[in-house]
Design a protein around this ligand. Sequence first.
Ligand SMILES: Cc1cc2nc3c(=O)[nH]c(=O)nc-3n(C[C@H](O)[C@H](O)[C@H](O)COP(=O)(O)OP(=O)(O)OC[C@H]3O[C@@H](n4cnc5c(N)ncnc54)[C@H](O)[C@@H]3O)c2cc1C
Length: 368
Amino acid sequence: MADIANVVIIGGGVVGTAIAAQVSRHTEDVFLLEKHPRLGLGASSRNSGVIHAGIYYQPGSLKAFHCVRGANMLYQFCSEHSVPFNRIGKLITAESEDQLPRLEALKDKGITNGVEGLEIVGRDIIQRLEPNVVSAVAIHSPNTGIVEPEVLLKTLARQARENGAWLLTGTPVIGVEFRDGLVILRTPREEVAARIVINAAGLYADEVARMFGFDRHTIYPCRGEYAELSPSMCRIVNRLIYPLPLPSGHGLGVHFTLNLAGSVLLGPNARYVAGKEDYESDRTPLPEFFEEASKMVRGLRLEDLKQSYSGIRARLLPEDDHSFADFVIKADPNSHQVIHLIGIESPGLTSCLSIGRTVGEMVRERLA
Ligand SMILES: Cc1cc2nc3c(=O)[nH]c(=O)nc-3n(C[C@H](O)[C@H](O)[C@H](O)COP(=O)(O)OP(=O)(O)OC[C@H]3O[C@@H](n4cnc5c(N)ncnc54)[C@H](O)[C@@H]3O)c2cc1C
């Protein structure tokens, strides 16, 4: 290992790895430290794998910006590097025509964010696209897609390594200090000295920030659970089918997600949990998924559902707060050398390349 690293990234999820791939194109001595024995065992492998178009997010927010730019970058990256993806499209369905004004407002928000191709469609088009969908009115988003998250992460990791970056797994950062103009990161085996440090620790980004004395943000773990449909139902829908999100809801609402392995998933729901590793306790009964999903799609039977995996969102707002929380991507107020990424929940997968580009620019400014 070099005596002094130019850049150390804490966290080997898709965001940290995308940053490593980007930064190592221009900078030598880049290290990524990941506490688990493999990269991507956090949210990056426990999500829906959806390439969001950018419809939902507050105009002008980092989420809107990185989602729209990131989706374009991701489609291009996947094509160039043989990462499996499919621009499969999505319908956001209303329960009744009374909800048309809310659909219109959501579509307008998407257009303001720069999302292309959005249109309101009525029963005829819905039936042609999705014969099993019950809704009479919906938003069609042709630019929403799906990607294989594990292959994406492996491809980014390979690029980073080929650029000369060191990706060290099994290496938790357990303490930090500033010494002689450098940031010293303590791990159980050794100390790593760095000129620039990037905190991309996902669910733990608030705790890593606190090691630097930056205690402004708290992450509230919010679990998203999935149910899977039996293989015989894998053609019940052809694209992603979402409900209109509730203003008082914490997620996008239980929806139909297809993955590139050919499975159909229902979920994720949104449940605040006490622990950041609490993936399995007190799982939601299948009839709850069934009830939500049956409002959108006919022909489902409860016996077609089985429990599937879950993931935990790095949410910046507590359960009783329904306002919008943006990604936090900024320098530590006490040290220009430290950049924090906190609250990188959905659309973090979609945004990873765009976030990587922005952080890459911040690093270059600092090393110039
Ligand atoms: C249920 C669910 C569904 C989602 N669906 C989508 C979707 O369809 N589309 C989309 O765009 N986004 C989606 N997301 C969001 C997306 O998965 C995340 O935004 C993204 O994976 C975040 O990546 P990350 O690298 O920031 O975090 P993570 O993948 O959590 O990686 C952080 C890493 O930091 C490591 N770490 C933590 N502390 C330390 C330490 N002290 N030292 C060293 N390493 C440390 C962890 O082990 C972990 O590997 C979803 C998220 C969830 C939970």
